[in-house]
Design a protein around this ligand. Sequence first.
Ligand SMILES: Cc1ncc(COP(=O)(O)O)c(C=O)c1O
Length: 482
Amino acid sequence: MLTLTVDKHAKPKFLHIASAIRSAIKQGQVSASEALPSARQLAEQLHTNRHTIMAAYQELIAQGWVESIERQGYKVVESFPVESSRHTKANIEANKSTFKWPLTPLILDVHRGKPAHEYRYNFAGGNPDISAFPFHELKPFMSDCLTRPDLPHLSYGNNAGNQQFISQVATYLRRARSITDKDIITVNGSQEALYLISRVLLKLGAKVAVESLGYRPAWNAFKTAGAELVAIKQHSKGIDIDHLTQLVKNQDISLIYLTPLHQYPTTVTLPIHERIKIYQLAARYNVAIIEDDYDHEFHYASQPLAPLAADDPKGLVIYVATFSKIMFPGCRIGYMAVDKSLTQALINYRSVMNHKPNVLMQDAIGRWMKDGAFERHLRRTTKQYQQRRDHLVSALKNYQEQGLDISFTVPDGGMAIWLDVKKNAKELEQFGLANDVYLVSESSFHLAQKNNQNRYIRLGFAGMKPEQLTLGLAKLFDYFSQ
Ligand SMILES: Cc1ncc(COP(=O)(O)O)c(C=O)c1O
């Protein structure tokens, strides 16, 4: 008699019986070519009817485990490799110990603790307030995509992205950021853009100039393509243009990666005259620039400065932007605005990876943008984040007035404050993490660890309501009174 474990209530019953018989064969309760119990016997054993057992056997016959022989009944197939399929524990362990994946190692330097959003107070620098996102406003547009689906776009093809979405982005870029004459390619978040650009533009050993304190996920993309990273020095007002000039003149730089509007992580805004110098330098030496404008809308001191990409007669600037901050990172929608000569190469590369990004999400966002509700959302969020910045600024000033030795420059925009705590910032970070406060300190942002003075922390303010900002800060600053 076979020992079968069958869930009596699971439906459809014959499939569960088939699965139990299959497990019995795998465990070696019956061998190849050996007879199986008749349908009548099994029906009696399992208190079910014969037709259910026959349906189970038919399923196993269709799957190639069992055969039915006239006047003999059912038996396990002859050619069935019973030995190798026996999933005994010893067998599994033995096989595992001899198998190694032929991996190409990619060692990423990323935070490995629990995710930032699981902390009670989350000061992650680029964290939008997802709970405040107007899901109900987006819903009719998503619903519309399903009620009146754009059928041709839901198929393969059109790998640059959904045309309606692209035309909305193009209109928005022209109006809000003065970017014209570029092709738009939708990406699954800016990370995909950075990876694609790296693959298409960087040869093994190519040199990429990056901000010495900067955005590690971008660096990882460049390194994956075999590029060498060269740090551009920074001072309190942003990147050191003289140093960048030296690098471009002397080091055969292929690409410059910058976050000009709100430098990541220090939040400093690169002034117009410095942008012009950088552009002239790149144009003179024919070096491409990636301009990562990840939180453009959130500028409070004035209208956001026009991107480098807005005045790019040579077509050198690859403009990268994301919906991760204005919506939520899980939407995985971003875009690049690139010179027309680069478009096809990028689309071709992406087609090999992933054809194209999720069409429904692009379609819904496109409809949302067309309606105007998107820009209303931006205006609302910008106001809200400005209030949160102001709240955090006044909370920090209070601490200063009480004698705490910290200093900072009020950022013109962005989602974080770069705070000099004049102490070992790594220790403060660790204290925070141990007390349910997530934050990141200076050392995580340095390309060259030897330059790490380890005095700053990055305090994101956009993701928390003012009361939480106050409480989180109090909890963190308990460190100073220990
Ligand atoms: C500098 C920078 N670039 C880009 C992004 C957004 O990346 P993605 O669009 O892949 O979510 C972030 C988010 O933290 C960022 O800080």
